[in-house]
Design a binder for this molecule. Structure first.
Ligand code: CTP
Length: 405
């Protein structure tokens, strides 16, 4: 695979064609070089200029434009990409792919490439359910084509039902997963990775709790990346709304005490521990067993410290690599270094949560990875999935260069 993975994004004619621009951006954020090809009908929905501007490359719209190098364009592109993504994919393009028809650039590209293919169908619900479309999808799946299933919702035709293009984020994630697995990087094979993620909930009474804004995305991305690189992964997760990555064992917990137990029990099993959970630092000293009735104008809840799980793991971890996180608003690196020492971690991933593009919400993060040898690796803004790979790279590098302590 070339240094920068390359994806051909084929856009076909459907009202959701404009969403391909978002898919392109998400892939670019992950360092992917995207080349766009459009069918004739796609150009009736969105102009090639949009994709040309975003991708920084000419958009291929026909078989008959001369190539700058004199090479045969579909063969040239087919041989230079790591993945072909077709989004949105109409009933028509699926039918042509299923039958090997090559009557334009996109269909010819599909037949000429040997790399993985990902299609994201989008069409009217009746078209989707038509036996012809279903048979075509089944044939493509049997041939190894990856399919991002369409979602349900309001369709452009005014109907409600299946057939809506999957969310750009979901399509981009599947594409990245395929790119990573096709890169063949299995450098975590044999490793047992324990990841904690999400917030915790500390009960006040049966209906109220103290929590924080953690979405769990960073830890889930680490779990997904580690599994894609061949590790066995256990993800101890606080309450979040995102789906568990495939191939990962998930242990769901609610409170800091439950997270501490679930984590500490598995330290022995693990070879690498990544503690990205935003554990509540304090919990109410007492949990009322009945709902607290409102009474006075003010109310005070007394809080007590929870167990610092990272420090507890640090105390018993032995030779295992331990990665902690630090969410800071001031003196990022200095505070991260203090945490590294006080919690006996090997790496701290620190982020300034006041920056746009960093922190709890959103798909991106801006981090500094602080290590034991004094290194502080300042990373630019990148997707949490990409940062997850950088964190795992740093953990492997630290393990390889570790001076026994
Ligand atoms: N952590 C933990 N158990 C806690 C609190 C935090 O394991 N009870 C872990 C988190 O998973 C994270 C790191 O410790 O890896 C964060 O360190 P923490 O000391 O909580 O720092 P911040 O939350 O960044 O805030 P503060 O500086 O206020 O301590």
């Amino acid at each position: 695979m070339p240094e920068m993975p390359r994806v051909a994004l084929a856009v076909t004619g459907c009202i959701g064609a404009y969403k391909a621009a978002e898919i392109l951006r998400l892939l670019q954020q992950d360092g992917v070089d995207v080349r766009v090809a459009m069918t004739e009908s796609a150009q009736r929905f969105v102009g090639p200029v949009t994709f040309e501007g975003l991708s920084g490359h000419p958009v291929i719209t026909s078989m008959w434009e001369p190539s700058a190098t004199g090479a045969i364009r579909h063969i040239e592109l087919a041989q230079s990409i790591d993945l072909l993504v077709v989004a949105p994919a109409t009933a028509n393009i699926l039918a042509k792919f299923a039958n090997g028809i090559c009557d334009d650039f996109v269909t010819t590209l599909y037949v000429s490439t040997t790399v993985p293919v990902l299609v994201a169908p989008a069409m009217n619900v009746e078209m989707l359910h038509h036996p012809a479309t279903q048979e075509n999808l089944a044939r493509l799946a049997a041939r190894g084509v990856h399919i991002v299933e369409s979602g349900s919702g309001y369709l452009a035709c005014g109907m409600v039902g299946e057939g809506r293009l999957a969310e750009p984020r979901e399509i981009a994630d599947r594409a990245l997963e395929l790119l990573h697995s096709s890169s063949g990087r299995r450098d975590l094979e044999g490793q047992r990775v324990l990841v904690t993620a999400g917030p915790t909930r500390e009960l006040i009474d049966p209906v109220r709790f103290v929590t924080n804004r953690s979405s769990g995305r960073m830890g889930y991305a680490v779990a997904e990346a580690a599994a894609a690189r061949g590790a066995e992964v256990v993800l101890v997760s606080g309450p979040v709304t995102i789906d568990a990555p495939s191939g990962v064992t998930i242990v769901r917990v609610e409170t800091a005490a439950e997270m501490a137990k679930a984590t500490l029990e598995r330290v022995e099993w693990s070879t690498l521990i990544v503690k990205s959970a935003a554990v509540a630092d304090y919990r109410p000293t007492a949990v009322a067993d009945r709902k607290i009735k409102k009474s006075g104008e003010t109310m005070t809840i007394e809080l007590e410290k929870t167990q610092d799980i990272l420090a507890a793991v640090g105390a018993v971890k032995g030779d295992r690599m331990l990665v902690g996180f630090a969410a800071e608003t001031d003196d990022l690196v200095a505070n991260a270094r203090k945490k590294l020492e006080s919690k006996n971690a090997d790496l701290i991933v620190a982020n300034d949560v006041t920056l746009d593009g960093a922190g709890f919400d959103g798909d991106t993060n801006i981090a500094v990875i602080v290590g034991r040898n004094g290194q502080a690796d300042e990373l630019p803004m990148m997707s949490k999935r990409k940062l997850a790979d950088r964190i795992l790279d740093a953990a492997l590098a630290a393990a390889a260069s570790r001076v026994p302590r």
